[in-house]
Design a protein around this ligand. Sequence first.
Ligand code: AMP
Length: 432
Amino acid sequence: MKVLIVGGGGREHALAWKCGQSPRVTAVFVAPGNAGTALEPKISNVAIAADDVPALLAFAAREAIDLTIVGPEGPLVLGIVDRFSAAGLRCFGPSRAAARLEGSKAYTKEFLVRHGIPSAGHATFTRANFSADYVRAQRLPVVVKADGLAAGKGVVICETHEAALAACHGMLGGDFGAAGETIVVEEFLVGEEVSFIVIAHDQQVLPLATSQDHKRRDDGDLGPNTGGMGAYSPAPVVDAVLHQRIMREVIEPTLRGLRADGNPYTGFLYAGLMIAPDGTPNVLEFNCRFGDPETQPILMRLRSDLTTLCDAALDGRLDAVQALWDDRAALGVVMAAGGYPDAYRKGEPIEGLPAAALLPGKVFHAGTLAQGEQVVTNGGRVLCAVGLGVDIVAARAEAYDLVAAIHWNLVQYRRDIGHRAIARELSGESRP
Ligand code: AMP
């Protein structure tokens, strides 16, 4: 079979790499891919942008692609699955209507309240009904979010009311274009953040291995929010009891609610959760696709054939399949360009990739570009070095050995990925 992966980041490198391992798969195309996907056996890049749905459709039809897996949210929100389905092509992901769960935070908050799914208290505003008094009355810190997609930058955690009002005015004033015409002002939640990712088809659910990521740029979970600076799987905080609560209180009511609203869901469904001290799994956000960088460590542990799981979902047979996992832990460290998530340079030559390729573990590419033999940086998040080990401590050692082998001018990465899980391991709490 022939597979098309839409996207060009670390998540897409991992998806393509995993699909390429399937004996059923003869060829994997990645649109547009990166320098890493270009080097993998069976995999080739196609120079089509991830959100150029008409060109992707034409390519998939011409190449008779058997299965398309969509990495990023952009094309899903644009309705790529609806377009492919209408043309008789199998495309794994939610419809445009179901993808609103990620595309609009205001819609999602309303959905969560209506279906009794736990999340932070909130109010939604436009310029027409904005209330500075409401914002001033909120306990600090307070969280301000742009309604639409804002490339991971539309969430501001404000320590003062002045900062919150400035964030509201900035968003409503057009700082994020149409994405900020509506804003959500939300209660700040404390607890431990967990990513819970499932493969879903209507009411059928296949939970994937648990994971946790680090969103802040700097060690100690400090500094600005980013797309993610590292992740690991499993997440020891998700024990059997919490796993059950998340399924019962979040995933199942969400899929039921989507069906009741007339938008049954197929695809990866990612719940970003804040686990309150009393164990309540509060929903911070939904993503309608696999997480980046969670995909990289999760797929390092997946022993089943990913194309079989996606096919089972598309055929409504998800209840009949199981996902098999490597018992080992996986941990990925994102190597980013200096300055990220603000302005950063592209085009820096990356040294050490051939040496790293000889080490255990796997380096997934994200923002990279091949210039002849030389691979150069081409984005904010550049690589994700993933190690495997008997526990998170061992996986971390393998990942940082890869990191140590690689260098470029102004590279930055966190040195403490996995610190919460490692503290748990060292304190003797067993893995779930
Ligand atoms: P979101 O895109 O909504 O998940 O927000 C990005 C990040 O901001 C989350 O991963 C959290 O770290 C943080 N965040 C968002 N909403 C809240 C909240 N209500 N309370 C605390 N932290 C939050």
